[in-house]
Write a protein that binds this ligand. Structure first.
Ligand SMILES: Cc1ncc(C[n+]2csc(CCOP(=O)(O)OP(=O)(O)O)c2C)c(N)n1
Ligand SMILES: [Mg+2]
Length: 563
């Protein structure tokens, strides 16, 4: 088998295997532990190596790449320190079911278990963070194990796979045939399952569909929307998965995120059938596990998921269907529509509630920078293919409530709630689609965690626009403080740099917005600059959510204490 194959170093075999898997882009922070891989990349110009500034940012970029393209994002980092920094992105890929391949340099094989320089047992460290962790101890096994890594990362419920590469293995010469590309394995729904699904839905009075999770191709998203429209089924999305069904369709009724509309939450509780497609129905989406009974959901639950292990987790479905999203959506779209469904008014009422929520809440006194109006302007301004990325924090309520997501545009946000995601995700999105408008939403807290990756964007010549919501605090935690310990502010106030000046220091575009009318010109100027941009929104810190103020929260908490 290997007789006529050239001898290659382990590092060269790694890069040959990546090429065979169809990898076109990889994100890295360099390390001496994997010099052979870097050197082999020198001879592989078809793989664009993006040099990042911190492994957390690089890992978020790889995660966002995977979320956006459906193909594994590839990350290269060095031993202990690099792997520790990268772990936040690995955890995010795990919670978000995103395919990802993490290549980590490791100490030489003959040094293992001496606690050599930067040595970490990656199998142990990443055990609860990754879908699979392996180490390649023979150069000849590089193609085999990388092929398995790509299969595991993309099949069933996708996730991150960590591959440790001992330094001396990368130098070792070996001969091996590379294999690829991977073929993601996904189940199809069976005919009996589909017939039962149709029967259960037809018998319902107040059905609602929930779409979420990963693995949604544009075609799958279009198919599930066709199914919803043909059956007039109201459809909502799980946390930060608002881009699956076009929010402008009359069947779309909102999202079950951290700031879910109370009317939608009440409606899902009142539904007699929940058809959950792709969503794990996790803690945030299930509103802290209050939407359904445990384990008996108390209503008909049809749960469709790519992984058998997720079916029957927490909630016991009436009907469980293991299927990939493209396979299920195509089959659902092909089902004969249910004639004269009984839930026409139920859907119309849910849609009317969603549309009413698009009208900004009135605040007294009205803030100089009215974020509701800014978001309404953006909703009209963003083209259909715009990519919106989001960090974690209360500011994310503004785009999540007021923007309308749709394909081929995207919403890329960490369902893991990891701060620091917004900027790196925007950089990765702009690298994948340089011709599209990419807008990253961040708070002042999250921006300062990974904002230096804006320099990566400038280095690569791409220009995402970052909207930085500055309230001079870790607002989310301040909100919880005011609810639990009113008036006792500790550990949540922030002092910030001049963000526009910071953008300029990077060589990017910077603007500061204090009043509503300043936003549109600043946005157009940022876009016209073609450079990476920060638009700092100096918001009224009182606006703690899209619906309430800090003042009101504190009053409520104090009243509750007094009574
Ligand atoms: C990496 C990380 N650290 C800490 C937290 C806890 N946390 C959640 S939201 C938040 C504050 C976010 O502040 P900011 O980015 O300014 O947004 P804001 O809530 O003020 O809008 C914190 C500290 C987290 N989710 N992720
Ligand atoms: Mg903040």
């Amino acid at each position: 088998m290997t007789a006529n194959l050239p001898m290659m170093s382990g590092g060269q075999l790694v890069v040959a295997a990546l090429r065979a898997q169809g990898v076109r882009m990889a994100f890295s922070v360099a390390g001496e532990s994997y010099l052979e891989v870097l050197d082999a990349l020198y001879d592989a110009p078809e793989i664009r190596l993006v040099t990042c500034r911190q492994e957390g940012g690089a890992a978020f970029m790889a995660e966002a790449y995977g979320k956006l393209t459906g193909e594994p994002g590839v990350l290269l980092v060095t031993r202990g320190p690099g792997a520790c920094n990268a772990s936040i992105g690995v955890h995010t890929a795990f919670q978000d079911s995103t395919p990802m391949i993490v290549l980590v340099g490791q100490v030489a094989r003959h040094q293992i278990d001496r606690e050599a320089f930067q040595e970490v047992d990656f199998r142990k460290m990443y055990a609860p963070l990754a879908k699979w962790v392996t180490q390649i101890d023979m150069a000849e096994r590089v193609p085999e194990l990388l092929n398995q890594a790509f299969q595991v990362a993309t099949s069933g419920r996708p996730g991150p796979v960590v591959v440790a590469l001992p330094e001396d293995m990368l130098r070792e010469l070996g001969a091996a045939a590379v294999a690829g590309p991977y073929h993601a394995v996904r189940a199809h729904p069976g005919a009996a399952d589909l017939a039962e699904l149709r029967r259960l839905v037809a018998a319902a009075e107040r059905p609602i569909m929930l779409v979420g999770g990963s693995g949604w191709s544009d075609a799958a998203a279009a198919d599930i929307a066709r199914f919803a429209e043909a059956n007039q089924l109201p459809v909502c999305s799980s946390f930060r998965r608002q881009d699956i069904v076009d929010n402008r369709l009359s069947t779309f009724v909102g999202d079950l995120g951290t700031g879910a509309a109370p009317a939608l939450v009440a409606r899902v509780k009142a539904a007699d059938l929940l058809l959950a497609v792709g969503a794990r129905i996790g803690e945030i989406t299930s509103q802290s596990y209050t939407l359904l009974g445990i384990p008996d959901p108390g209503k008909t639950l049809i749960h469709v998921h790519a992984a058998a292990e997720e079916l029957g987790r927490v909630f016991r479905p009436t009907l469980a269907i293991q299927s990939g999203m493209p396979e299920f959506a195509a089959a659902a779209a092909a089902l004969e529509p249910i004639r004269a469904p009984r839930w026409g008014q139920w859907r119309e009422a849910a849609r009317a509630e969603y549309e009413a929520g698009l009208a900004p809440t009135a605040f007294d006194p009205a803030p100089a920078l009215d974020l509701g109006q800014v978001m309404s302007w953006l909703r009209e301004r963003l083209p259909d293919d715009a990519i919106v990325t989001s960090d974690a924090g209360n500011f994310s309520g503004w785009p999540n409530r007021f923007l309308q997501y749709r394909r081929p545009g995207r919403q890329l946000g960490p369902t893991s709630g990891a701060m620091g995601y917004g900027v790196p995700a925007a950089v990765a999105a702009k690298l994948v689609h340089p011709g599209r408008l990419v807008v990253g939403f961040c708070g002042d807290g999250g921006f300062m965690m990974t904002g230096q990756e804006l320099m990566t964007a400038l280095g690569e010549g791409v220009g995402p626009i970052i909207l930085l919501f500055n309230n001079a605090m870790y607002g989310t935690i301040r909100m919880h403080q005011e609810r639990r310990f009113p008036g006792r502010v500790v550990g949540t106030a922030l002092r910030n740099p001049d963000f526009a000046a910071l953008a300029a220091a990077y060589g990017g575009f910077g603007a500061t917005v204090q009043r509503t009318e300043e936003f549109a010109p600043a946005f157009e100027a940022a876009l016209a600059s073609g450079r990476a941009a920060i638009i700092e929104l100096q918001m009224d810190p009182e606006m703690i959510t899209t619906r309430t103020t800090l003042r009101a929260l504190r009053r409520q908490a104090e009243t509750a204490r007094a009574s």
